[in-house]
Design a protein around this ligand. Structure first.
Ligand code: PMP
Length: 427
């Protein structure tokens, strides 16, 4: 029954019912957090064997004989580059291994362009205006990097098969101040969208006015499938090369949500020319990253097939949680016309859209009853969702029973806030 077709009297009756239910929820004194995409402890337990791959008696040389206990090997040991090349869908020669965080690499990449410029071009700090395309809704920390450097943004909406490419083609062709674009191409944060082959090819063939324009391809969820029948992502680097734009993309990934979130491996891939330039600057930052961790990862996972097998174990834990949340939405909200939501096939998030102008209030109601959600607006630059509608749900951390209680409360808050809004709108 669509709430939008109800009379004021009918809505008031519903409001009274939902209010009573809300008060009894409050009495349960819930204390749950669905705000950040963190793996649960049972997921982290899957990797404890990594701590046993070597001990004080082990020989800690890389396959080509490099002593991993010592300084050096700026780009990372060969086998780690091979391992990460599987996730990044690139050749090992196009890969550099960093520390534990891909966000750190992204920050660094923007920072280098800001202070030193790309391929001898003007550093962004010396330009009057620098902007990025932000695909919305998107990842809050991408947007925070821009804010930190005073970089502006242009929002472009996410469609079913990736961002609105008509808009992007026009923007980059016309505006020289647009220097970059954040993308989470597989199981995007938060919509769970996979960029179609057509979208990737159009992106690779962009004709940006700015010669230092780059696509920041954050493939954070490249192997995070919830189901065995998953869609493959077309490789952007190869497509860029075919389209005559070999240097236009930087790819990022990490094992944060594969091994340990607090102690994974992060890497980037790009054309050899980009990699050479980055290594020259990286030289001033470090003599080499943590090669013992690189060795631990490669000895534990062995290769990309090892990672894929490991991710199936994660899926067994995560799938019931995602399905629990979407089934609750279906049961409680379906037909009410108060919200829509995604049913992702991978990644870490469910994206929920309330009626316009309701998201902030829904999040506040949930908080009052003990359930913390990602702040409404966080999925937009500067925290401003023009429609106040999007809420990012992160179902990975809570246990399944807690998740059930939290999703039921969320649905109740959506119904209560929506009904109140509709009553207000009645003449
Ligand atoms: N990119 C995206 C899209 C993410 O969702 C996250 C984690 N929430 C990260 C990057 C952070 O990755 P890392 O732990 O490698 O810094």
């Amino acid at each position: 029954m669509s709430y939008k077709t109800l009379s004021k009297e009918e809505l008031i009756k519903l409001e009274e019912k939902f209010e009573k239910q809300y008060i009894s929820f409050k009495d349960k004194n819930l204390k749950l957090d669905m705000s950040r995409g963190k793996p649960g402890p049972d997921q982290l337990d899957l990797c404890m064997g990594m701590l046993d791959v070597f001990n004080s008696k082990s020989i800690l040389n890389s396959e080509d004989g490099f002593d991993c206990r010592n300084y050096g090997c700026l780009e990372g040991i060969r086998e780690a580059r091979e391992l990460m090349s599987g996730i990044l869908d690139s050749s090992p020669d196009e890969v550099i291994i960093y520390g534990n965080s891909s966000l750190n690499i992204m920050y660094d990449t923007v920072s280098r362009s800001y202070t030193h410029g790309i391929f001898g071009m003007t550093p962004w700090k010396d330009l009057k205006e620098v902007k990025f395309i932000c695909i919305v809704p998107g990842y809050d920390r991408h947007f925070s990097i821009l804010r930190h450097f005073g970089i502006g943004y242009v929002n472009v909406p996410m469609l079913k098969d990736g961002p609105d490419m008509d808009m992007i083609e026009k923007l980059v062709a016309e505006d020289e101040s647009i220097k970059g674009m954040w993308c989470v191409p597989k199981y995007s944060n938060p919509d769970g969208t996979i960029y179609s082959d057509k979208t990737v090819k159009r992106m690779a063939a962009l004709k940006p006015r700015a010669k230092d324009f780059r696509i920041y391809w954050d493939n954070a969820y490249g192997v995070h499938n919830l189901y065995d029948d998953y869609e493959e992502l077309t490789d952007i680097l190869r497509e860029c090369s075919k389209a005559g734009n070999p240097d236009m993309v930087y790819k990022f990934a990490s094992t944060s949500k594969i091994s340990f979130t607090g102690g994974g491996l992060a890497a980037m891939a790009a054309s050899k020319k980009n990699i050479e330039e980055i290594k020259k600057q990286l030289f001033f930052q470090t003599i080499g990253h943590d090669k013992m961790n690189q060795l631990r990862h490669t000895r534990f996972f062995k290769d990309i097939e090892g990672i894929r097998a490991h991710m199936k174990k994660h899926a067994l834990i995560l799938r019931p949680k995602f399905e629990m949340v979407t089934a609750t939405f279906e049961k409680e909200l379906s037909g009410t016309d108060t919200a829509s939501w995604t049913k992702p096939r991978g990644g870490y998030f469910i994206s929920l859209n309330t009626m316009e102008g309701c998201a902030k209030e829904v999040v506040a109601y949930c908080k009052d009853a003990g359930v913390v959600l990602t702040p409404a607006g966080a999925t937009f630059p500067d925290g401003i969702d023009p429609e106040d509608s999007n809420i990012r749900i992160a179902p990975s951390y809570p246990g399944i029973d807690e998740l059930k209680a939290a999703s039921e409360l969320l649905c109740l808050c959506i119904k209560l806030v929506s009904v109140r809004k509709l009553i207000k709108n009645c003449k």
